[in-house]
Design a protein around this ligand. Structure first.
Ligand code: NAP
Length: 333
C-alpha cells in the first residue's frame, strides 16, 4: 500500500468524472480534490461545487470533450438512478443512460491523442446471481440471469449490468494505451445525506431496522474510505485491468447486517419487515424490493490478490464509524 500513497502524493492528476454529481461521485471528487488533484465532473445540470463542473448530456459530443482530451483518468459513473420502479419508461432510461454514455465516452476516447491512460467504468455487484451458498469472486463467480423463480426485476438488473460491461469492453479505445477497468461495486456507504447508509440508518432510528424479508440474503458493502483507496490502488497498479469486484471481504446476512447497525446506533429493537411488507413499502416509496431482497455475496478476489488491505474489513467497525460520523453535525451542514 505504501506504493499507492507515494504515487498519490507525488503526481498531480486531472481526473474527469462523468456522472460525478451523485453519491459515489461526490465521495470520489471530495477525495481527489482534497489530495490536490484537478477534478472535473461532467453533469447534465452544471452547478457550483468545490471542483470544476462542466456540462454534458451523456448523449452527444460537445465542449466537454476538451476536458477528456486533457485528462489523465476518466471515471464514468453516469446513469439514471436504479432507486425507482422498474416500469417500462424507467427501464429504458436506466439501461440507455448507461449504455449510451459509456459508448459515447468510448468513441470520444478513441478519437483523442493522447487519450487518458486509464478509463474506469462503473458496473455493479448485482451482476452476480442470487448467492446464498458461496461468495462470488471475479474468477469463480457466476453471473445471474434467468434463474428459476427469480423475479423479472432481478433479471432486468442483471441484463443492465451485462449490457453496460459489454458496451464498455467492446468500445474500441486506443488499448493498450488506455487501460480499462469495470468496477463491480457493492453498496458504497458514507454518512452523506440521502445516501444508502443514511436511508438504512433512517429505518433503524425509526425502530424499523429489523431483518428485511427472510434476513438470510447477504449484503455486500464497502466503506467509503476503502472505496476511494481501491480507486487509488487501481490507478497506481498499472498491471490491473478488466473486471474488479469492489466490496469488503465480509458480506453478511441481512439479519446480522441490520442487528449490527442497530447496535452501533444503540437501539435494541427493530421491527422486522417480512417480504409482503417490503413489497408494499417499496411500492409506496416508488422503489424496488430487489434492492433489499436479492442476496449479494461478493468477494474482492482481485483486490486481495493485489495485496489491498481494508481499513474496514468487518461491518461492526465500519457501522460504528459511519454512525459516529453521521452523528457529527458537521457532516450534515
Ligand atoms: N451507490 C452505490 O452503492 C452503487 C453500487 C453499485 C453500483 N453503483 C453504480 O455506480 C454509479 C454511481 O452511483 P451513485 O450512487 O453515485 O448514482 P447516482 O447518485 O444516481 O448518480 C449518478 C449520476 O448519473 C447522472 N445521470 C443520471 N441520469 C442520467 C442520464 N440519463 N444520462 C446521463 N447521466 C445521468 C446524474 O448526474 P447529473 O444529474 O449531474 O447529470 C447522477 O448524479 C451508478 O451508475 C450506479 O448504478 C452504485
Amino acid at each position: 500500500m505504501a506504493e499507492v500513497h507515494r504515487f498519490m502524493k507525488t503526481s498531480v492528476m486531472k481526473i474527469v468524472i462523468p456522472g460525478g454529481s451523485g453519491q459515489v461521485g461526490r465521495i470520489l471528487a471530495r477525495h481527489f480534490h482534497s489530495q490536490g488533484h484537478a477534478v472535473t465532473v461532467l453533469s447534465r445540470n452544471a452547478r457550483q461545487a468545490p471542483w470544476r463542473v462542466v456540462a454534458w448530456d451523456g448523449v452527444t459530443p460537445g465542449a466537454w470533450i476538451d476536458e477528456l482530451g486533457t485528462s489523465d483518468i476518466c471515471i464514468n459513473l453516469a446513469g439514471q438512478s436504479v432507486d425507482c420502479r422498474y416500469n417500462s419508461t424507467n427501464r429504458r432510461a436506466i439501461y440507455e443512460s448507461r449504455i449510451q454514455s459509456t459508448r459515447l465516452i468510448g468513441q470520444v476516447l478513441a478519437s483523442l491523442n493522447p487519450a487518458p491512460s486509464l478509463w474506469i467504468n462503473a458496473s455493479t455487484a448485482t451482476i452476480y446471481r442470487h448467492a446464498l451458498d458461496r461468495s462470488m469472486d471475479e474468477a469463480n463467480g457466476e453471473l445471474g440471469g434467468n434463474e428459476p423463480g427469480a423475479p423479472d426485476t432481478w433479471n432486468f438488473s442483471i441484463d443492465v449490468a451485462k449490457g453496460w460491461e459489454e458496451a464498455f469492453f467492446s468500445t474500441p479505445t486506443p488499448t493498450p494505451l488506455t487501460r480499462k477497468i469495470a468496477i463491480r461495486s457493492a453498496l458504497t456507504l458514507s454518512p452523506d445525506p440521502g445516501g444508502v447508509f443514511d436511508v438504512l440508518l433512517g429505518l433503524v432510528r425509526r425502530g424499523l431496522g429489523g431483518r428485511q424479508g427472510s434476513g438470510s440474503q447477504f449484503v455486500s458493502w464497502i466503506h467509503e474510505a476503502d472505496f476511494v483507496r481501491t480507486i487509488d490502488l487501481l490507478i497506481a497498479r498499472e498491471e490491473l485491468c478488466g473486471i474488479v469486484n469492489v466490496a469488503s471481504p465480509n458480506p453478511l446476512p441481512n439479519r446480522d447486517f441490520m442487528r449490527v447497525l442497530r447496535e452501533a446506533w444503540g437501539i435494541g429493537f427493530g421491527l422486522p419487515s417480512p417480504k409482503w411488507m417490503i413489497e408494499i413499502g417499496t411500492y409506496l416509496m416508488q422503489t424496488e424490493s430487489e434492492l433489499v431482497l436479492k442476496s449479494r455475496r461478493v468477494a474482492p478476489g482481485r483486490l486481495i490478490d493485489a495485496g489491498f488491505e481494508f481499513l474496514f474489513p468487518g461491518w461492526p467497525a465500519a457501522a460504528q464509524d459511519l454512525v459516529t460520523r453521521w452523528r457529527n453535525k458537521s457532516v450534515h451542514e
